[in-house]
Design a protein around this ligand. Structure first.
Ligand SMILES: Cc1ncc(COP(=O)(O)O)c(C=O)c1O
Length: 496
């Protein structure tokens, strides 16, 4: 049957219609574009150069922000000059500078100048990173970058991957692929094993794929916040005896709280023995493998079925830069490839990769470019120096804290993270509340930003180092501030 042609309901005389379309929609001329871009580049260069002296950032109330930046969408555009002034003066102060050398909260980010340039070109070209036919150059570069990651982690040649928006998407992608390895009967009996220190994005991924909470096992950690492997083996055996199907075990290579790397070799061995998929969440810690001193702790990662790693954490990349590697790479297109009619032309030929077939996104930017551009421009050695430096910064912070009686180390340095609290033994205070107050004082001072977590029920302050501009002086200044704020908080507590 032949399709009938689509006819317009109201035929338009062709000449006036043509005339109305003869000029493109208004846009800046080349000179105007350059002028605006120059201003943005000038501002950026100054912003980056002056970060250490800048206030670390403000949190506005919803009302303050509504007053500063009205929420209406103007019918007629305002033009660049006034708008950019508002952006600089009203919007940007209300975001913490997570690339500030004294921003050591959560997991900070510190994009290199080269990765920022890569990001700029990625947006400016907007080349498509989903199918080989349209973006063979981008797909080749994604192959290249994924090949680097595979080799750095020691995974086999069969490994393939996909660049994602971040670690949460990578963890979700891993679980979707792992689930495909189960029969439908097994899916109804599948059990996943998580350490108490896993990142909550794994729980979120399980919720998204509809995995029932009663088939999630939370295995305790040992005294060093590492996966308790004997407890894992016991839990698996118990589930097997109950007729369930032990399915996935998720290990950490750089736990978010403490930087701890799980005993990956032992986890891999248990996974092999009982036939589980071994997923390693290395979103934060993976770059640690570039440092020869840290690398031995990761032994066993090369046995993983899949690994999550985030270049936007400790590899000097802007958000959003994540990655999933899958050991049996063919499972990625087997899970995600789909070919609707309108993509018929896009089927890859032998040896070509459609990255849209490796994950969730169809429309995807040229995610590999900024990583490739930065590594080509700076070298792997520069990135290795960054990792080594951050581990040394964390070791320095730990040493200074240990030398001062008003601080207690709650978890010694692991990779680039150290956990501690302000505490004087023999003195009565609600130390959790007092430490929270110290952190708020620091934030409000504009000097720096540290965040807290809970370790074995105790509130801990974390320092997480990913920033190549952080110096020993920054650490001294932060610790001096915390000591002084702690003393004042103790006095206020005594008085109140
Ligand atoms: C260990 C770990 N896994 C996963 C994630 C989630 O990654 P993203 O924030 O890139 O989605 C994080 C984020 O901090 C993390 O530390």
């Amino acid at each position: 049957m032949t399709a009938s042609p689509i006819t317009s309901a109201r035929p338009t005389p062709i000449d006036p219609l043509r005339e109305s379309l003869d000029e493109p929609l208004s846009q800046p001329t080349e000179a105007e574009f350059r002028q605006m871009a120059d201003e943005i580049v000038r501002w950026t260069a100054r912003h980056l150069a002056t970060l250490p002296e800048q206030h670390i950032g403000l949190t506005g109330t919803p009302e303050e922000l509504r007053q500063l930046l009205p929420t209406n969408a103007p019918e007629t555009g305002r033009g660049f000059v006034g708008l950019f002034a508002d952006v600089r003066e009203k919007l940007f102060p209300h975001a913490f500078r997570n690339n500030h050398p004294r921003f050591l909260a959560f997991i900070p980010a510190w994009p290199s100048a080269e990765s920022i340039q890569g990001e700029w070109l990625t947006a400016a070209t907007n080349f498509y990173g989903g199918i080989w036919l349209e973006g063979s150059g981008p797909a080749h570069i994604e192959n290249t970058v994924i090949g680097w990651f595979r080799d750095w982690l020691g995974l086999p040649e069969t490994t393939k991957g996909v660049l994602t928006a971040g670690g949460s998407e990578a963890n979700l992608t891993a679980l979707v692929v792992a689930r495909e390895s189960l029969t439908s009967d097994e899916r109804n009996r599948s059990v996943i094993y998580l350490s108490a220190e896993r990142h909550w994005s794994v729980d979120k991924a399980l919720m998204v794929i509809g995995h029932p909470p009663e088939r999630i096992r939370h295995v305790p950690t040992d005294g060093q916040f590492r996966f308790n492997v004997p407890a894992l083996a016991r839990a698996i055996q118990k589930d097997q005896q109950a007729g369930l199907r032990p399915w996935v075990v998720v290990g950490n290579a750089g736990a978010t709280n403490t930087g701890t790397v799980d005993p990956l070799n032992e986890l891999a061995e248990v996974a092999r023995e009982f036939g589980l998929w071994f997923h390693v969440d290395a979103a934060y810690g993976w770059s640690g493998m570039l440092d020869p001193d840290e690398r031995p702790a990761f032994a066993g990662i090369e046995k993983a079925g899949s690994v999550t790693l985030d270049p936007h954490k400790w590899f000097a990349q802007p958000y959003e830069s994540g990655c999933l590697l899958a050991r049996e790479g063919h499972r990625l297109p087997a899970t995600f490839a789909d070919r609707p009619d309108y993509l018929d032309d896009a089927a890859p030929a032998e040896g070509e990769t459609n990255y849209a077939d490796h994950g969730l996104s169809l429309s995807r930017r040229f995610r590999a470019f900024k990583i490739w551009f930065a590594v080509q421009s700076l070298g792997v050695g520069w990135h290795r120096q960054l990792v080594t430096r951050c581990c040394r910064l964390a070791a320095y912070a730990e040493n200074v804290l240990r030398s001062r009686p008003e601080f207690e180390i709650l978890c010694p340095r692991q990779l680039g993270i150290v956990c501690f609290r302000y505490h004087r033994s023999g003195v009565e205070h609600d130390w959790d509340t007092l430490n929270r107050r110290i952190l708020a004082d620091l934030r409000n001072s504009g000097l720096g930003f540290l965040s807290s977590t809970r370790l074995s029920g105790t509130l801990a302050i974390r320092m997480c180092f990913v920033n190549g501009r952080t110096t020993a002086t920054d650490i001294d200044r932060l610790i001096d501030f915390l000591a002084l704020a702690g003393e004042q908080a103790e006095r206020a507590d005594d008085a109140g």
